[in-house]
Design a protein around this ligand. Structure first.
Ligand code: SDX
Length: 375
């Protein structure tokens, strides 16, 4: 007799991981045992990528050579660059472009056939190094502009903003994006990461797993929420219009993007940090409009639904104030989360068992065939 179905696999523990731990009751997130709040304050995205892949924080020498390796691998192979240029000329969804570019990277990566850890580390490094270049090139081409060469020795956040805007960002903007990337890097078995693990568990390669993960991330209930948060803030337009706007959404039983979480039953620790980052950016730029509207929405959602913002809510105005176009917000999420996805693929391949759950059958009882003439 099959077990009763658990819709959405809510609270179902399907496997183990040593990469990250989400403590929903206390609102904590740890990467390999390190609290993400400390990592956001003290470390950099590159340190976190190394930590997720290798299980330990890098030494100074390891970090220096890792950053050089990333910078050396930011340039796209020609086929991938050409594909992006063609896709930028048609109104394709940016997330589809990222998915197709990932498939093209697989074709142009001689190591992609192998699922040996040494080879997967190389492919994973290329994915982390090249996602920023893919997104920035796509944006430049959409604007009818020449792509900007990856800066030879910049970290991920600085390289991305430089290639996106055609000029070096301020240290404050680089730091803000670096913190955002740290916060998005991994989150246990979220939908896109679990998708990656299911694909990896068939012994498919890391590119196939990342392809599927991008598709899962694009949905509005997951990574796609951040774009919709910005669209909502723009529709609200001013802080005094936030409460009635949310009132109408809740009255029609709609989900308000950027709120709620399957696991966190208290504040998402990432949202707490992103809220502060948003306020700092607002004060530094002098434009507090988006923070003020977001704060009013959060107040209304707490008062009416006792729901907290999740990682996508304040991430949206932060990305907006960094000059990132709204329809690229989920791609920025992927620029970071590809570190976690690849870590989980390597963990899955290191000790694999095919992931194949059961279904509780609720269809028709057994019955004989009916001939066409009798139908
Ligand atoms: C991410 O899993 C991860 O870790 C994901 C992520 C990561 O780092 O990988 O954290 C990133 O994807 C964050 C989530 C981004 N998605 C959104 O912001 C979309 C809006 N959120 C909701 O759709 C919802 O909260 C989910 C999808 C996030 C969680 O869905 P659940 O656990 O299935 O909860 P539910 O939809 O069943 O809601 C439970 C109750 C409902 O009450 P009833 O209608 O049953 O009486 O809470 C209410 C809902 O009404 N509720 C909301 C709400 N979220 C929950 N009501 C209004 N707006 C919301 N956003």
């Amino acid at each position: 007799m099959a077990m009763p179905a658990v819709e959405g696999l809510e609270n179902v523990v399907v496997s183990t991981t040593s990469i990250s731990e989400v403590r929903g009751q206390t609102g904590e997130l740890l990467y390999r045992g390190y609290d993400v709040r400390e990592l956001a304050r003290e470390s950099t995205f590159e340190e976190v990528v190394w930590l997720l892949w290798h299980g330990e924080l890098p030494s100074q020498n390891e970090l220096t050579s890792f950053k050089k390796e990333l910078a050396r691998n930011r340039t796209l192979p020609s086929g991938t660059g050409d594909l992006i240029d063609r896709l930028a000329a048609i109104p394709a969804s940016p997330m589809v472009t990222l998915r197709m570019a990932t498939s093209m990277l697989e074709i142009e990566d001689p190591c992609s056939r192998s699922i040996e850890r040494a080879d997967e580390l190389k492919s994973s490094l290329q994915l982390v190094a090249r996602f920023p270049t893919i997104v920035a090139r796509y944006q430049r081409r959409r604007q009818g502009m020449q792509p900007v060469e990856p800066p030879p020795d910049a970290d991920t956040a600085t390289a991305f903003l430089t290639m996106l805007n055609g000029r070096a960002p301020t240290n404050a903007d680089s730091h803000a994006l670096d913190v955002l990337l740290i916060l998005h890097a991994d989150h246990e078995f979220n939908a896109s990461t679990f998708t990656a693990r299911v694909i990896a568990a068939t012994l498919a390669n890391v590119y196939a797993a990342v392809d599927g993960a991008i598709a899962a991330l694009s949905g509005p209930l997951h990574g796609g929420a951040n774009e919709r948060v910005m669209n909502m803030l723009e529709q609200i337009g001013s802080p005094d219009r936030a409460a009635p706007y949310i009132q109408r959404l809740l009255a029609s039983r709609q989900r308000v993007m950027g709120f709620g979480h399957r696991v966190y039953k208290t504040e998402d620790p990432r949202a707490v940090i992103l809220r502060q980052l948003c306020q700092d950016l607002a004060q530094r730029t002098g434009d507090t409009k988006w923070y003020d509207i977001a704060a009013k929405v959060a107040e209304k959602m707490w008062n009416d639904k006792h729901l907290y913002p999740n990682v996508d809510f304040f991430s949206a105005p932060v990305q907006h104030m960094l000059g990132i176009p709204t329809d690229l917000f989920t791609l920025v999420f992927a620029i970071s989360r590809v570190a976690g996805w690849t870590a989980h693929v390597m963990e899955q391949h290191a000790n694999n068992r095919l992931i194949r759950p059961r279904a509780a059958y609720v269809g028709p009882a057994p019955r004989p065939y009916v001939s066409l003439s009798a139908r």
